[in-house]
Design a binder for this molecule. Structure first.
Ligand SMILES: [Zn+2]
Length: 337
């Protein structure tokens, strides 16, 4: 249901766009430079998860604000300890004397994840983004957010500051059997997405579901079925995908253990590889991974596929070396596991 793609090339700032295929919903892991995204995609974003607030992971905030300001929009941001203060600091950099009369109220809800607890604060355009009171919103047990269709989990890693890794798990995929649709004489249309939503919401099988489409004349043609019958006949439910995002971390045994467990059996792992193994000492000093370490973690976690990103600009033009080094370690770790 979600497609995942990096916003920039592997030498650019980190930002992973997760876009729902059939509805207006999108998530972002990290908020580096996002100017490559068209405004219409930025406006689709509902939730943004920030690993840590080093500049290259958070500089996209200003562009985000620029695009969303003046819109009726409710945006949720998640980050590590200190995150609410970071958001507040960004907002305080500007003068907001004219926004209180805006027709639309752009609202930003920043949530800070701590080991064991969560705190939140809502900044509102109509209140000139004045610092709101923080509220405690209960425990953090590893799940940052859960909806009918997906869950996002987070784990704390060490980057000399607490740094979060994120995992998106789709609850299930609802696929439509087009051949059966044709046999039943039902044309496609907006009702297909409504059906998928109803299945994601676990609505009872006996509830009436309206299949409708535009007729030849005016108005809509409709047929009503029990939801369970449609689910049975025209859909095929398959397990959802697991997409994991790890950036930035030192290749310590502590981090490695947590990453391998967190990314276990993922469909795809997006993992930073700032350095090549020949610069391993430097990678350690900078609290980053080498391509070899990244590939090994992917192999130990048993992921189906991995994607490297966040290469140091000094290797520009040498993407292939990262791939090669990581793939060697991946295959080695997989065969030894
Ligand atoms: Zn960093």
């Amino acid at each position: 249901m979600f497609s995942a793609r990096l916003v920039n090339d592997p030498f650019g700032d980190p930002a992973l766009l997760l876009e729902a295929r059939y509805r207006r919903e999108a998530l972002l892991f990290d908020l580096g430079d996002i100017r490559a995204l068209p405004p219409r995609t930025i406006l689709k974003l509902d939730r943004i998860f920030v690993t840590h607030t080093h500049m290259d992971h958070f500089i996209g905030f200003d562009h985000l604000l620029r695009v969303c300001l003046g819109r009726e929009k409710h945006l949720f941001l998640y980050g590590p300890p200190g995150f609410i203060g970071n958001v507040e600091g960004k907002l305080r950099a500007y003068t907001w004397n004219l926004v209180e009369n805006y027709e639309n109220d752009f609202r930003l809800v920043a949530t800070e994840l701590h080991p064991g607890r969560r705190e939140t604060a809502e900044f509102r355009c109509r209140e000139a983004f004045r610092p709101p009171p923080r509220r405690s919103i209960g425990d953090f047990d590893g799940t940052a957010v859960e909806s009918d269709a997906y869950r996002v989990d987070a784990v704390f890693l060490d980057h000399r500051v607490p740094c979060l890794a994120f995992r998106l798990e789709e609850k299930r995929r609802v696929n439509v059997r087009k051949n059966v649709l044709a046999e039943m004489g039902l044309p496609g249309g907006a009702w297909i997405n409504e059906l998928k939503d109803a299945i994601h919401r676990n609505e009872p099988g006996e509830s009436a579901f309206r299949v409708w489409w535009k007729g030849e004349g005016r108005g809509a043609v409709e047929r009503v079925f029990p939801l369970g019958e449609l689910k049975e006949r025209i859909t095929k439910i398959t397990p959802g995908r697991k997409i994991v995002y790890v950036s930035d971390v030192i290749g310590s045994p502590g981090n490695a253990g947590r990453i391998v467990e967190f990314a276990r059996d993922a469909d795809v792992l997006f993992v930073e590889a700032c350095f090549l193994e020949e610069d391993r000492k430097r990678a350690g000093e900078k609290y980053h991974l080498t391509a070899r370490q990244a590939g090994r973690l992917a192999g130990l976690a048993g992921v189906k596929r991995f994607v490297l990103f966040h290469h140091s600009p000094k290797y520009r033009g040498g993407e292939g070396r990262f791939e090669e080094e990581a793939m060697g370690a991946f295959l080695e770790a997989r065969s030894s596991g």
